[in-house]
Design a binder for this molecule. Structure first.
Ligand SMILES: CC(C)(COP(=O)(O)OP(=O)(O)OC[C@H]1O[C@@H](n2cnc3c(N)ncnc32)[C@H](O)[C@@H]1OP(=O)(O)O)[C@@H](O)C(=O)NCCC(=O)NCCS
Length: 188
């Protein structure tokens, strides 16, 4: 039987452990490198959460800064990336608990929207919807239409907040936008 993990904000002493969890979950250095880059970039908000079991970090999630290019002005929004659960603790509800609880905790922030790229089957259960349905445009045509997801926060005003998501350059530098052919781009 598994107990609910403890979700808390990331602390400075968690950084190395979080990096290990991210590299293990994604099976390589690429996304861990993105996280390193985020920490040193204009996108960094220090808005990261971890899930612990028996006082050990087993999952991590980061929200960082991006922009929505609306007709009226650029609006600061959040991007959820990466989300990582240690491989031996996947599929027992830890990732879902981390997303749900962290979304609740950021509900009073000024950013009106949280965007991500991910499996709609997973994130729809956690409060995300297809961003195209709310008239948002993805930052790349290499992001599958339904993988471009968004959750609205209390500050969202649908009457004027539409437009294209603009990623900070760190996502491009680490080539962490959308899919490449070897990752299944072109599949329906
Ligand atoms: C994807 C991930 C964050 C999910 O976290 P988790 O704690 O394993 O998932 P949960 O236990 O909360 O949810 C389990 C359910 O989500 C779904 N699910 C899990 N991993 C999934 C994946 N990679 N794609 C789609 N659905 C997935 C399954 O339906 C599963 O239910 P099932 O066990 O009945 O089949 C985790 O598996 C992970 O770190 N994967 C590697 C890194 C990654 O892909 N991160 C997300 C990038 S968007």
């Amino acid at each position: 039987m598994s107990r609910a993990p403890t979700v808390r904000e990331e602390a400075p002493q968690d950084v190395d452990r979080v990096r290990e969890v991210v590299a293990a979950a994604f099976g390589g250095e690429k996304v861990a490198g993105l996280l390193d880059g985020l920490r040193e970039s204009v996108a960094w908000l220090g808005l990261s959460f971890v899930a612990e079991e028996r006082e050990e970090v087993v999952a991590a999630l980061c929200y960082s800064r991006a922009w929505l290019d609306t007709p009226r002005r650029l609006v600061e929004v959040l991007v959820l990336s990466p989300l990582a659960v240690r491989p031996d603790r996947q599929r027992v509800g830890i990732g879902s608990a981390l997303v749900r609880e962290s979304l609740q905790r950021i509900g009073s922030r000024p950013e009106p929207l949280v965007f991500l790229e991910g499996d709609p089957g997973y994130y729809t259960r956690l409060g995300f919807v297809a961003a195209v349905d709310l008239h948002f445009t993805a930052p790349s045509v290499r992001i599958p239409r339904l993988a471009f997801q968004v959750a609205t926060l209390p500050g969202f005003d649908q009457s004027w907040m539409s437009g294209a998501l603009v990623y900070p350059d760190v996502f491009w530098r680490h080539d962490c936008v959308g899919l490449r052919p070897e990752m299944g781009a072109g599949l329906p």
